[in-house]
Design a protein around this ligand. Structure first.
Ligand code: SF4
Length: 324
């Protein structure tokens, strides 16, 4: 099967003066048409860096050093900024945590919607207005005529995020990347936005990469899950496999640290002790070793992702996972 997106052996680094820091190493994954892939991990795990690199949005200090990013049959690695511009916002689009800073405060919603629509299609002002109202309705907003005249600060956080999603749909993208899109919102609004993303995913057969640190969201939304830690993928699995048969000690710890996601086992909540090592790119062996209760000498050797024995498209970066 041809994947919509196939990322292979991605290496991303950042420069600060003479210092070079690795942001993501040996990251490989794919996304199929109409699929929701959740990328999960703590702050500093490399999940946002990975998706920003797909969009060519690493900033001037960051760069993709190696790897392949094959999207819809087209290699994105090595493309010039202008070529990426044609793909960004149309075939691949992204929404962020804070819709207020993503929207321009001095322009009305109508100005910004029309600009997004007309940047993707040759449409008259009238046609673009009609499409703007259609898209705002599609994301569950009403009174769309009046909404076009409003400024971002007059809307609630949930409405602003819906507007951002409507703008993201303007180019009829094949892939939507949502980076912690509900973290800044109230719990009830979070659930509504997730429900909206899921219904758009189904209705438009639009693939979604959802970045989150919330395993409850993963359980609700994901078809497959990529768990990242210290710039590496440590586990990849279909969502049911990950929740019922997690292999990597970090994934197990994540599941034990969050209430309500594995109710049937009534496990005690256990916080993950310690933090991601700052100089993780200098660690030759397992990057989780300083927090892992099962660490031993052999863990200081480089760890590769290995196929799990369950044969469920499940891979784990831990030589010892079968014995745990
Ligand atoms: S390789 Fe060793 S330290 Fe790393 S997760 Fe596995 S058991 Fe723990």
């Amino acid at each position: 099967m041809t994947h919509l997106l196939e990322v292979k052996n991605l290496e991303v680094s950042f420069r600060s003066g003479k210092e070079v820091f690795t942001g993501a190493s040996d990251v490989s994954f794919h996304v199929d048409k109409g699929e929701i892939l959740c990328i999960v991990g703590e702050s500093g795990s490399g999940k946002s860096i990975t998706t920003l690199s797909l969009m060519g949005l690493l900033g001037k200090n960051g760069r993709v050093d190696k790897g392949s990013i094959l999207f819809d049959g087209e290699e994105l690695f090595g493309k010039k900024e202008k070529e990426l511009d044609n793909i960004r916002g149309s075939k691949i689009t992204m929404i962020f945590q804070d819709a207020l800073t993503s929207l321009n405060p001095v322009f009305t919603i109508g100005n910004q919607m029309l600009e997004a629509i007309q940047s993707h299609s040759k449409s008259s002002k009238k046609e673009a207005e009609e499409k703007a109202k259609y898209l705002l309705g599609k994301v569950g907003l009403s009174d769309t005529e009046a909404l076009l005249q409003k400024y971002p600060h007059t809307l609630s956080g949930g409405m602003r995020q819906r507007v951002m999603i409507a703008m993201a749909l303007a180019g009829e993208p094949k892939l939507l990347i949502a980076d912690e899109p509900t973290t800044a919102l109230d719990v009830t609004i979070q659930a509504q936005i997730m429900e909206l993303l899921k219904s758009l995913n189904k209705e438009l057969a639009m693939s979604v990469i959802l970045i989150t640190h919330d395993m409850g969201v993963v359980a609700e939304m994901a078809d497959r899950v990529l768990v990242m830690y210290a710039g590496e993928v440590v586990e990849e699995a279909p969502v049911k496999v990950l929740f019922h048969n997690p292999g990597h000690p970090y994934t197990k710890a994540l599941l034990r640290s969050i209430p309500g996601v594995r109710k049937e086992e009534e496990e005690k909540l256990v916080p993950i002790e310690g933090s991601v090592p700052e100089d993780y790119d200098r660690i030759r062996g397992c990057r989780f070793a300083n927090r892992c209760a099962f660490a031993e000498e052999a863990c200081s050797l480089p760890q590769k992702l290995r196929q799990a024995e369950d044969e469920m498209a499940h891979s784990i970066r831990c030589w010892k996972y079968e014995k745990l």
